[in-house]
Design a protein around this ligand. Structure first.
Ligand code: NAD
Ligand code: DAU
Length: 351
């Protein structure tokens, strides 16, 4: 039985991954360590709580003593590290939490994992989840490969770059078995409604302004979260020690194209007819400082070496995502409400 520590499993990608793994590999048990920041929601895994192979620990990767206790108690055979401060705009307004969690937290985790591995040869993998933002910005052409030099623009991407370097250094210096995946923008169920796609879906539903940065010309390469989960598991199981793999959905779109698509789709689903279109809600607002122009992933290494390719097409998976938000307004309202934080404190004691 693989005993896997997942960090940040109450967040967007982590919660989708925990569910994916429980459904796709019966040979794993999972301990989910999450400090439940504004972005972490135990509700996102309420359907998994009764599963005997899953347990939740409310705690912080900055708490080294807790990490040591957990490694001793569960004798993990692997780590998949999602926990992070993940939102670029927040990193511009307040970088410190990003330095703490993304750099110091990753240092704690990789260091404790390394000490554990030296005494437990069963430990086979430290998998660090990272981002294409470490590579900086592309012009009109080209794509990020695993050998593209790091050139981060925001405090968020600089903190993720730093954490990548720490994980690589532990592999080269101490031999800690590790892999890194750098992926593009994810979308899908359970994403906190501050990111572009869920924010736009909900603002369209609620007839609020749709803030588009600059002229909406910036380009992202979109990856459905379930495709990301299958890529992570493929790399965790079959990736080569010490390697980096880029993960992309092969779906480059301008931000404004996505906002237009969502306006038309949500209007159609909600029966908003009669001449007016939600496109009228679009407001071009001041651009994000240091806004990277374009991201695009060359995922050929993952395809050629491990046989992974995305299974979902962008417009279909985006429609499924819209349907999920329309059907899950209770989750949305809970994660947006202050009262919900009190409920977490009452029901999920901190370790
Ligand atoms: P998220 O913000 O939705 O979730 C982050 C989770 O980490 C939350 O549950 C939060 O409570 C937890 N967390 C934060 N600080 C913690 C701490 N100190 N100790 C323990 N838990 C803590 O993030 P996400 O979008 O799911 O991203 C997951 C990972 O994937 C991150 O490392 C992010 O950098 C990376 N990534 C995300 C995307 C994307 O499009 N969302 C793309 C590329 C890479
Ligand atoms: O590329 C991977 C990264 O994708 C991850 O590492 C980050 O954790 C994740 O947050 C995401 O970063 P972005 O900054 O690309 O995502 P965001 O959803 O914030 O913005 C997507 C694009 O949309 C970006 O060009 C900025 C623009 N945008 C965003 C918001 C929230 C707007 O125009 N208006 C908005 O209100």
């Amino acid at each position: 039985m693989n005993r896997i520590l997942v960090t940040g499993g109450a967040g967007f990608i982590g919660s989708n991954f925990v569910r994916y793994l429980l459904n796709n590999d019966s040979g794993c048990c999972i301990v989910n360590l999450d400090s439940l920041t504004y972005a972490g929601n135990p509700l996102s895994l309420s359907d998994c709580e009764q599963e005997g192979r899953y347990s939740f620990v409310h705690g912080d990767i900055l708490d080294r003593a807790l990490l040591e206790r957990l490694f001793d108690e569960f004798a993990f055979t692997g780590v998949i590290h999602f926990a992070a401060e993940s939102h670029v705009d927040r990193s511009i307004l307040g970088p410190e939490a990003f330095i703490d969690t993304n750099i110091k937290g990753t240092f704690n985790l990789v260091d404790v994992a390394c000490n554990h591995w030296k005494k437990n040869p069963e430990f086979c993998r430290f998998h660090h989840i990272s981002t294409d933002e470490v590579y900086g910005s592309l012009g009109e052409t080209g794509a990020f490969s695993e050998t593209t030099p790091y050139d981060p623009s925001s405090p968020y991407s600089a903190s993720k770059a730093s954490s990548d370097h720490l994980v690589k250094a532990y592999n080269r210096t101490y031999g800690l078995p590790s892999v890194i995946t750098n992926c593009s923008n994810n979308y899908g169920p359970y994403q906190f409604p501050e990111k572009l796609i869920p924010l736009m879906i909900l603002n369209i539903m609620e007839k609020k302004a749709l803030p588009v940065y600059g002229r909406g010309e910036n380009i992202r390469d979109w990856l459905y979260v379930e495709d990301h989960c299958s890529a992570i598991w493929k790399v965790f199981c079959d990736g080569k020690d010490g390697e980096t793999y880029n993960v992309g959905g092969g779906a480059e779109r301008k931000n404004i194209e996505i906002v237009h698509f969502l306006c038309d789709l949500v209007d159609q689903k909600l029966g908003h007819t009669g001449g007016s279109s939600s496109r009228e809600l679009i407001e071009y607002v001041q651009d994000r400082p240091g806004h990277d122009f374009r991201y695009a992933i060359d995922a050929s290494k993952l395809k050629n070496d491990l046989g992974w390719e995305p299974a979902f097409t962008f417009e279909e998976a985006l429609e499924e995502t819209v349907d999920w938000y329309l059907a899950n307004m209770e989750w949305v309202n809970n994660v947006r409400s202050g009262a919900y934080r009190d409920w977490i404190d009452t029901n999920y004691a901190k370790r």
